[in-house]
Design a protein around this ligand. Structure first.
Ligand code: PHE
Length: 458
């Protein structure tokens, strides 16, 4: 007898879990920076248009693929077409590369949260504090372990009892915190100016000196960010799609996931850009670890008393965003192992987590024992973490997405997806757009994105 596949209890559970995956470090540490750098409102506009077209196409395809096949990413593609099994292997390798280093970064966030809540936040302002921490021998491993363990426990508890249950609490809490902090952020005055001046940089479109090449760069930046932000091509949305009940309206859910992700990204910008501007001017803006672990702690410190509370809330928010994303990555692996090898959820979770732990320790050692500086393509003086990040985000993910477009657009035909989405008689809005997108426009855009992200355009 076939065991019944676990599922989300309903639409809300699915939407919040998927939004939990989509809302991650990318929304908080990359989106605000990219927007501020790329003409503010112009970037926001490009991003929204791309989300409604390109993002919608990729997300719909993966979720419907999962629900139709009732399989995790490793085996789903082979069900659509036997010859395309290898695409499933790529879709399994991607989360396997991301999980370990994402947990290392999750460990850094955990460490900062603990430091802030235990009242030692002033320490984080010292020069070299962040580097000192990540290059130290044990601390990064221990915090990574805590983060990985929390991730593993949620996945171990299952789809409804773990992932859904936690997403239903963490995501609304995250939304409230991000709204609260951004309102506060808009009232700030600092040595470099007021928050409202920063707000202008963020939201008002800057057409000054806009050339065709510049516009193209803005579009490319928005596309790369969107692609990462909606968690496609990581196997995740196929796995989550496979847990969606047949009666759920997919079209509706997908729109809500995109709105949630975009709103949180926008709010993260409201929270970060005005504050950074008021204290450090436009030049103070940076992306990645530099923003969260170096610039912002300094700003919290300068805010005086309120800074500690804002800092605690901020790192808690980042922690929630990171954990719901790492849960989804681990789940993509676990669902694959369960479907391919017929193992139980518990066994599969233990296996995937032990693998993640071993590689994550190696990633941590990349900052001390195994230190080297690799320079290639777009990576400058990178460590193991940067190499894994490059291999997954810049190379394998665009490749997996291009192959998915070819499989669905040309081999299996868009009808495969459209039929799954409309199985209960739902209306497929933007159908013509979807077909044009999946067959031609999305793969062309993805090839450009791939070439750009491996550094072909310099
Ligand atoms: N969508 C996530 C973000 O914006 C990316 C991600 C998801 C990364 C899941 C890893 C795991 O940060």
């Amino acid at each position: 007898m076939e065991k019944e596949r676990s599922s989300f209890s309903g639409k809300l559970g699915f939407v919040l879990a998927a939004a939990g995956s989509a809302v991650g470090l990318g929304n908080i540490w990359r989106f605000p920076y990219l927007a501020a750098e790329n003409g503010g409102g112009l970037f926001l506009l490009c991003y929204v248009i791309l989300a409604l077209t390109f993002g919608f196409t990729l997300l719909t395809t993966e979720v419907a693929l999962g629900r139709k096949t009732q399989q995790g990413p490793l085996t789903a593609y082979g069900v659509i077409n036997k010859k395309w099994k290898p695409l499933g292997v790529i879709a399994f390798i991607i989360p396997s590369i991301i999980l370990p280093y994402y947990c290392v970064i999750g460990g850094w966030v955990t460490k900062y949260f603990v430091t802030f809540i235990s009242g030692r936040d002033a320490d984080t302002v010292a020069d070299g504090y962040f580097t000192g921490f990540i290059t130290s021998q044990w601390a990064p491993i221990i915090f990574m372990l805590v983060f990985l363990l929390a991730t593993a426990i949620i996945v171990y508890l299952g789809v409804e009892g773990g992932i859904e249950r936690y997403s239903k609490v963490l995501m609304p809490a995250l939304l409230i915190m991000v709204i609260g902090i951004s309102i506060y952020s808009l009232t700030i005055k600092g040595p470099q100016g007021t928050a409202l001046q920063g707000l202008k940089i963020y939201v008002v479109p800057d057409f000054k000196g806009l050339t065709f090449t510049k516009l193209l760069n803005v579009i490319l930046a928005a596309m790369g960010q969107l692609f990462f932000s909606i968690s496609v091509s990581m196997g995740i949305m196929v796995a989550y799609g496979s847990y969606v009940k047949k009666e759920v309206n997919l079209m509706n859910s997908i729109n809500q996931i995109e709105i949630f992700d975009t709103v949180v990204a926008f709010l993260a910008g409201l929270m970060v850009v005005p504050a950074v501007f008021a204290f450090s001017g436009k030049e103070g803006m940076s992306a990645g670890p530099g923003l969260i672990f170096v610039s912002l702690p300094k700003i919290f410190n300068e805010m005086g008393k309120a800074g500690r509370f804002i800092g605690i809330a901020f790192f808690l928010l980042v922690l929630f965003a990171a954990i719901t994303s790492s849960v989804s990555i681990l789940e993509a692996m676990v669902s694959s192992i369960m479907d391919k090898f017929g193992l139980s959820r518990k066994k599969s979770t233990v296996i995937a987590s032990i693998y993640g732990l071993i590689v994550a320790v190696i990633v941590c050692l990349g900052y001390n024992k195994l230190y080297f500086e690799a320079t290639f393509s777009t990576v400058k003086a990178g460590q193991i973490l940067d190499i894994l990040d490059f291999a997954s985000n810049n190379v394998l993910m665009p490749i997996a997405a291009i192959l998915t477009c070819i499989l669905i657009g040309w081999v299996a035909k868009p009808k495969t997806i459209i039929d799954e989405v409309t199985r209960n008689g739902e209306k497929f809005g933007r159908k013509a757009l979807y077909i044009a997108m999946i067959k031609v426009i999305a793969p062309v855009l993805l090839v450009i994105l791939l070439l750009n992200s491996i550094g072909v355009f310099g």
